[in-house]
Design a protein around this ligand. Structure first.
Ligand code: AMP
Ligand code: GLY
Length: 424
């Protein structure tokens, strides 16, 4: 069968690597893909939100499975676009509906959902122009630091954590009135700060049954010791060492089960991943956020541990076979280190030649911001490559990634040398 993968990151390269191993896979197309995906798929230029283009590609290339990587097309309703179109409705699309997309596309919606289904999360209140005058007293009733979240999508930049109450009051107005994050911040969720350690939980569901994939931990900050600006993610490990049976069963009972039953009760059409950003506070799990897709760079450590045929798994969704399939997860640990362009997550240059990719051993290289240029690759984004290794424990996996990274060079290359530092 022919498969279309939408997106251009390390996550999409990892998905393409996995599906290319399936006996069921004939040809892969990537929209727009990257330098790495070009080795396994036909890259097609275009915008991930151009649904008419996606329709054309799907019909022209007789695509029967579409994997949607990033949140934007999901939140914009790509699932509903397919299901309401006579020519596309039978195509298997791995994405939830627009309604379910609100779990990521609106923090306020997600908070209401958690409240309704009794899912532990930080206490909160939502503000907009209508009730902005009550925000000051709400802030005054809370302890610092203050967490302000733009309601809508903001490319991972919409969360501010502020120590000073006057700054929080000012930023709230910047967000709501001066539209600091455009329309995404016409509503702002203010919530209690939770002090703990974060982990990422991934569920694959067809809106009825579900499978829990390996957990992972990612490192979002640019600087060592988790300092500096937030990025898309600078590294990840899987499994998560502090996830013991007791904590896992709390997550299952207090978070995963009520989330899935909420999705069912709300009648949300779901055929994809639920990514639950969790935080462990005093041995209890809380939801920090929902995403309606896989994580990046978490996918680059989750998929290398999953031994099932991914295409078969996707195809079983919505059929009784889905509950029969057992996930076959490697006991090995996976670790990935992200190589980024100098200056990222602020401005950076592109077009730098990447050297040394042919001299690597025992690693999986997932391309993110790369382009093929003649016989080599050049940088084309902030996050450039994910270097994943496997090992008996995450320290050994990381040791290998760091060792191999010494062979890779491009102008301005930067990476964190302390992935996993907080777990030793
Ligand atoms: P979000 O986009 O909601 O995942 O928030 C981005 C990041 O901000 C999270 O990964 C956390 O590190 C941090 N964060 C968000 N909400 C809270 C909270 N209530 N308490 C502490 N940290 C938070
Ligand atoms: N690594 C976090 C994310 O994909 O949102």
């Amino acid at each position: 069968m022919n498969i279309l993968v939408i997106g251009s990151g390390g996550r999409e390269h990892a998905i393409i690597k996995s599906i290319s191993k399936s006996k069921k896979c004939s040809k892969i197309y990537a929209l727009p893909g990257n330098g790495g995906t070009e080795l396994l798929a036909d890259n097609i230029e275009g915008d991930v939100n151009d649904f008419e283009l996606i329709k054309k590609i799907t019909l022209k290339h007789k695509v029967s499975l579409v994997f949607v990587g990033p949140e934007d097309p999901i939140v914009n309703g790509i699932y509903d676009f397919f299901k309401s179109n006579i020519e596309l409705k039978d195509v298997n699309i791995i994405a939830p509906s627009k309604q379910a997309g609100l779990l990521e596309g609106s923090k306020d919606f997600a908070k209401d959902f958690m409240e309704k289904y009794n899912i532990p999360t930080a206490k909160h209140k939502t503000f907009s122009v209508e009730n902005i005058n009550q925000a000051d007293s709400f802030l005054e009733s809370m302890n610092p630091p203050y967490v302000l979240k733009a309601d809508g999508l903001a490319a991972g930049k919409g969360v501010l954590i502020l120590k000073d109450i006057d700054e929080a009051k000012l930023e709230l107005r910047n967000m709501i009135i001066d539209k600091k994050f455009g329309d995404s911040s016409t509503k702002v969720v203010i919530e209690e700060f939770l002090d703990g350690i974060e982990l990422s939980c991934f569920i694959l569901t067809d809106g009825e049954n579900y499978k829990v994939l390996p957990f992972a931990k990612d490192y979002k900050k640019i600087g060592e010791g988790d300092t500096g600006l937030n990025t898309g993610g600078m590294g990840a490990i899987s499994p998560v060492p502090f996830l013991d049976d007791d904590f896992l069963s709390k997550i299952q009972n207090k978070i995963i089960k009520p989330t899935i039953s909420g999705i069912i009760k709300e009648n949300m059409k779901y055929n994809g991943f639920v990514f639950i950003g969790l935080i462990k506070v005093d041995d209890e799990p809380y939801v920090i956020e929902y995403n309606v897709r896989m994580g990046d760079p978490e996918t680059e450590v989750v998929l290398p541990r999953l031994k099932n045929d991914l295409v078969e798994l996707f195809y079983s969704m919505g059929t009784p076979k889905f509950s029969d399939i057992k996930l076959n997860i490697s006991d090995n640990h996976a670790a990935t280190v992200i190589l980024v362009s100098g200056g990222y997550p602020e401005s950076y240059e592109k077009g730098k030649t990447i050297n040394g990719l042919n001299n690597l051993s025992q690693v999986s290289v997932f391309h993110a911001g790369t382009k093929k240029k003649n016989d080599s690759f050049v940088t084309s984004g902030g996050r450039v490559l994910a270097i994943t290794s496997m090992g008996k424990n995450f320290e050994l996996a990381l040791e290998n990634s760091y060792d191999q990274i010494k062979n890779i060079k491009f102008d301005g290359m930067n990476y964190r040398k302390d992935i996993g530092f907080d777990l030793l």
